[in-house]
Design a protein around this ligand. Sequence first.
Ligand code: PHE
Length: 454
Amino acid sequence: MQSKQSIHGSWANRWIFILAATGSAVGLGNIWKFPYITGENGGGAFVLVYLFCILLVGIPIMMGEILVGRRARQSPINAVRETAAEAGISQNWSLIGWLGVLAGYIIFSFYSVVAGWVLHYIAGMGTGQFVDISSDLAGQRFTDLLASPEQMLMWHTLFVLMVVGVIAGGVNKGLERATKIMMPALFVLLLVLLGYSVNTGSFAEGWDFLFSFNPDALTWDAVLVALGHAFFTLSLGMGAIMAYGSYMGKKDSIGVTVLTIGVLDTLVALVAGLAIFPVVFANQMDPGAGPGLMFITLPVAFGQMPGGQVFGFLFFMLVGVAAWTSAISLLEPATAWVVERFGLRRLPAALLLGFVIWLMGIASLLSFNHWAEIKMLGMSIFDFLDFITANIMLPLSGLMIAIYSGWALNKHITRDELSLSSEAAYSAWSLVIRFVAPIAVMIIFVVNLYDKLA
Ligand code: PHE
């Protein structure tokens, strides 16, 4: 088992893996969702809880996912089956892989719709349509976009094709090449925007908002949101990280690698917050504007500022790149499975899967206009898909990964695969993955569900 290689290829080195996994982790979650949920939940206290969740739940579960992927060197569905066989336990554990692949699929379908909006805004910012725009007009523009299935379909289609194009190239010529170009671009864009906000925005106010600890703002609900988001932002529970882990070098340390990914993902979220809030405050706008923060508040804010057209454009480029590298990792697990299972080449496999996602995405985008009346559990199709994935499938799948890697797999497998620097480090991981993480996840799972359904 030790010298096994994936049929799909492997990352050239440890840094490529770190960057690819960071590309998966850094996405709309960091730049679109994190700032607005932080805004809605009062800032600093929320950030602190979120950091705890990353450390105590996210990182250990990510280690669990990677160890399974790397052990078997196959797509998540087959990786779980194979490690279960090695451990001599039921093959039905591969259900974890199925659940993950399914969740990834559903997420991609609505993620792509939002990414489509981002592409639309890149074009809009690039052509100066938001210069000096009023709040009302910016709100109207966004409403108009949501009312137009044709517009959304065009951008959604383009986005799916961009992802399929990379996936079709395979691990080395597709994913790795994209990582090498896009991740440095992402970091540079982020730093440029941070520089802009330090110089032009109300930086001190933005900083205070993110980091001043105000315990009164901390509600139980905010804790749940933070936990759920820790999952989403680290791309856990969907097989994405497991699939990327299966292309990882045998000698690389999983512990150090995962910590690096967790730190980078968190830094990007915080820096994105520091790039966004000062710009919002400089224009006396509302940081808690919800999902519209990015598509209404920010265009207005940038539109008012010196050089805002250029920096607004760069900002949406940043979001676009981040969404792209994340969506790639959403499609990879299913593609790898189809290639393994049916012996298809990557191009037809990616096209086939991309087509199904594209069709599913149409349901999401129609739910903003023609199908707005259709409600599932009182939610639009888009909100419903977001709800069942983020609040049900991901926690469930994360819980199963924790139980699988912490309890079901033999310790000799996990110890060997993790090869942590000391027995104490392994014991710490074992304690967290067996008790802390599953209990925390179980709490989010049950309370969230109760909250929504009661
Ligand atoms: N982590 C990504 C984000 O923060 C979303 C994602 C989830 C990507 C799952 C891949 C897999 O936006």
